[in-house]
Unconditional design. Structure first.
Length: 564
């Protein structure tokens, strides 16, 4: 599978994608009266991820663009795996992305009676039969891509016998696995899905909406297209793995003589350093490799939301990658670029020190405190300014000081002068070390009172600017440094003898204590900030008054380029 590397100078154009071209041709030809009606049909058996976000944006976006409608329809045909928790989370995710299905919230279970009638119609046309083979026997007799399948010995039951057996299936007279209803198509068909696929199976599990009314449930392939038809969906948009299902989709519509939606396939989203399989995401949660579905390392929409991603950044990402006909893999750095672009515009700036080093400004007056002006967002001056306290003792990042600096190191070092952001010029005069370990405990500096605000009083050049916090006024904050969950660029392409979990990044989460300016003491959950010179951070749901917890959303630049 080809990987599309992120290049900001070569982003996809805004030309119409192939689905838009199909829709516009349909409108031009007055197909379906020129109307556009799409749907987003999630299975309520897990949490949505970034790939689903692309589909949501596509389906709802197309409906909006062409003055059409988009339904939300839950494919709730397997009560064993479904849960109200998933339904609630899916609706929350769609609304968070900014879309509204209005009064068009539907469920496949809404149509169970109609689907049952459709099944009986196929039986009466001798296009369906009850089969007593076990699931294993059905699988073995289906054949292979190079060998024909074997017809079931129950394939030629009479219409009357099949109707009787199917109605008894509905009435609960048979045990799970004892029989199924199958379509009667062609056991030698080159498309394996056309070899008498299963339409109904027995599941004696209570359904979240219909309770114990039903004990037989339609298979996805049978329910999906018919639900589209019932809702008069004009363009049934799905990912490429359903391309092979299209023949079966169309066969059902033709045999049932019902409204025929047009199925259109597009390439699913694949991201580097990410797994998108529902099964694998569930394993990560259940085996506690992550801390739940909304763990900020997860590609789930709720995980991205908790990490601090914005709906606007996800929509920007979806727009840039476009809609493709063939499978490819998108470099995750493009997604990170999009969130940086948006947060740069909206996130207020704050200062926080993650690895503190004490600095004493020896010529600054004892017990003197100044309130300095700091810009909240240089991209949006309407955000105004805030006051930050300055005093004799401050903290800076330990990495911003080197005792014996290399060439072109423009931060603080002995005898070198730097600018403190919004404050003064300072110059290092002394280094205080632990006599036992030799570790630097603090540094002493002098400041230039004439350089208030970080302005040069006499035109002298100061190349370095560093951030800081006042030691007597800063607050302690928990910082969760999230990184990519996998070390491998393609974690689902495992080597022989390995599992995708072998490529988990042991440093995908580091929790540290940091010092932050006092304005961060009481922040609202999900508020996003740029910690100057460090990255973008979001107040986590674990935040409490006076005890802020921040998740790193994304670094200021792509640190993985340097890692490689």
């Amino acid at each position: 599978m080809e990987t599309e590397k992120f290049d900001n100078n070569n982003l996809p154009s805004n030309s119409k994608n192939f689905i838009e071209q199909i829709i516009e041709e349909d409108i031009k030809n007055n197909k379906n009266g020129g109307s556009v009606h799409t749907r987003f049909p999630p299975e309520p058996n897990g949490y949505l991820h970034i790939g689903h976000a692309k589909s949501i944006i596509l389906n709802f976006g197309l409906a909006k663009k062409y003055n059409g409608l988009c339904n939300l329809r839950f494919d709730d045909t397997n009560p064993v795996k479904e849960d109200i928790e998933y339904i609630d989370s899916i609706k929350e995710d769609i609304k968070w992305l900014g879309f509204d299905w209005e009064d068009r919230e539907y469920y496949a279970s809404d149509y169970f009676e109609i689907l049952y009638e459709y099944a009986e119609k196929l039986i009466k046309k001798e296009k369906a039969y009850v089969c007593d083979l076990s699931p294993d026997e059905i699988s073995k007799q289906r054949g292979t891509v190079t060998t024909k399948g074997i017809e079931s010995p129950y394939r030629n039951r009479s219409i009357e016998e099949n109707l009787d057996l199917f109605r008894r299936m509905r009435n609960g007279e048979f045990e799970e696995g004892s029989c199924v209803l199958r379509a009667k198509i062609d056991m030698s068909h080159p498309n394996m899905l056309m070899r008498d696929p299963i339409l109904y199976r027995i599941i004696k599990t209570s359904h979240h909406r219909t309770g114990d009314k039903w004990c037989i449930y339609p298979m996805y392939d049978f329910a999906h297209g018919q639900c589209d038809s019932i809702e008069r969906i004009t363009h049934s948009i799905c990912t490429l793995e359903f391309e092979v299902h299209k023949q079966l989709y169309d066969w059902f519509v033709k045999e049932l003589e019902i409204f025929a939606p047009q199925q259109i396939e597009f390439a699913r989203l694949n991201l580097t350093y990410t797994v998108m399989s529902k099964r694998k995401l569930l394993e990560l949660v259940e085996n506690k490799y992550v801390n739940g579905w909304d763990d900020p390392r997860m590609p789930t929409i709720c995980g991205l939301r908790r990490r601090g991603y914005t709906p606007e950044s996800i929509k920007m990402f979806s727009d840039k990658i476009g809609v493709a006909r063939r499978d490819n893999t998108i470099d995750v750095s493009l997604l990170e670029f999009c969130v940086r672009e948006h947060l740069n515009k909206i996130a207020e700036r704050r200062m926080a020190v993650l690895n503190p080093l004490k600095v004493v400004i020896t010529n600054y007056p004892d017990n003197h405190i100044e309130e300095l002006d700091a810009v909240n967002n240089p991209e949006d001056f309407e955000k105004g300014t805030r006051k930050i306290p300055f005093s004799r003792v401050i903290y800076i990042e330990r990495d911003d000081f080197i005792e014996n600096p290399p060439q072109h190191f423009f931060r603080l070092s002995p005898g070198n002068e730097v600018r403190l952001r919004y404050a003064y010029f300072i110059k290092c005069t002394d280094v205080i070390k632990d006599p036992t370990t030799g570790e630097i405990k603090e540094i002493h500096c002098t400041y230039d009172p004439a350089s208030k605000g970080g302005n040069s009083p006499d035109g002298r050049k100061v190349k370095g600017t560093i951030h800081w916090v006042s030691a007597n006024h800063c607050i302690e904050a928990e910082i969760r440094l999230y990184d990519r969950l996998f070390l491998s660029e393609f974690p689902e392409q495992v080597e022989e003898g390995h599992n995708y979990t072998d490529y988990l990044n042991p440093d995908s989460l580091k929790i540290i204590k940091a010092f932050a300016e006092p304005s961060l003491a009481n922040v609202d959950i999900n508020t996003r900030f740029q910690f100057e010179r460090i990255g973008y951070f979001t107040a986590d749901k674990d935040t409490m008054p006076g005890k802020p917890v921040f998740n790193r959303t994304v670094t200021l630049k792509d640190s993985w380029i340097r890692k490689k």
